[in-house]
Write a protein that binds this ligand. Sequence first.
Ligand SMILES: Cc1ncc(COP(=O)(O)O)c(C=O)c1O
Length: 372
Amino acid sequence: MDREVAAVIQQQMTENFGNASSIHSYGRSAKVVLEESRETIARFIGAETSEIFFTSGGTEADNHALIGTALAKRRSTGKDHILVSSIEHHAVLDCTEYLASLGFHVTHIPVGRNGFILPASVEELITEKTSIISVMHANNETGALQPVREISQITKDRNITFHSDTVQTIGKIPVNVGDIGIDLLAISAHKIYGPKGIGAIYIRKGTDLDPLLHGGSQERKNRPGTENVPLIAGFAKAVEIAGRTMEKTAADAAMFRKELLNLINANCPGIICNSNTEQSIPHILSVSLDPTHYNIESETLLMGMDLRGVAVSSGSACTSGSVQSSHVLMAMGYDKHTAQSTVRFSFGKFTTIQEVVTAGNIFCSIVLAFEK
Ligand SMILES: Cc1ncc(COP(=O)(O)O)c(C=O)c1O
């Protein structure tokens, strides 16, 4: 977390502890911070203040978008078909699985080998029953930036709600809801040096969706529950800092990615780059090891790198003791072995070029020891 953000949270926790729904002065003081924070976040993405609702993070915002819209539109229009890309985060995919269990029809939009969704594929899959389309702005494993503006155009005049999970892009690259034509989007504070457990959903004025929670009248009944003003203030601070720094952070990340990829390619044969460096967010580099060349799976590589002080992610997840291949890489047509020999590097604003070179050298020394 950015230290400036942590300082704001601490100050709010200790000095501005009122409940924003209370009408006494402590409450009113918290309410001022709540509304100023909402305004900061709204302005940052070109939204109106009344279109931002705080949530517990990206997962909740995605759930609210998908479940809230599916239920409301089935009731009001009888539409029960959901189109979702096959490379979404589980916060979206598992939601649609749940909706399928409630009788909704879910279709997955295919993705090409390069990790991109084609607007034409989306158009082909629309039926007169389609109520919502969900395509993420940038994929969290490969970084691939999806053609969300073109997809949003397709939804216009069809009474289809367009949701985009923008957790990986807001605060990293410019995002404007008007330019893209989004109806619903999800944001998470911890991706931009803010606190964990706080985020927001943008709901375009007039969008038909149910709340997930029922209780008090906070967030104009769209998300009842006492607002976590300290985390919200920290979230707004993180957004404000991102506004000032993201251009430089993105340029640095692009340079780090290029250097790292060059270093790896110069030292290790048989490396497959899964991140398109032209059309992606710059802070992610995903590489796979050709399984005909190396005899090492990403879990072993990850542990080896961790022991040497480098934190990276794999393209797989350990579920109930067995390694599951990444659904993103599998959707892109990778075989199981290649998908399970994948490592994702991410660069942040505190990363230095020396750290990138060190990480690259450690990566190469480990994988070369497992060359066939
Ligand atoms: C693309 C994407 N969507 C949603 C989420 C979930 O956000 P949160 O951790 O705030 O619930 C993440 C987190 O990694 C993500 O990368």
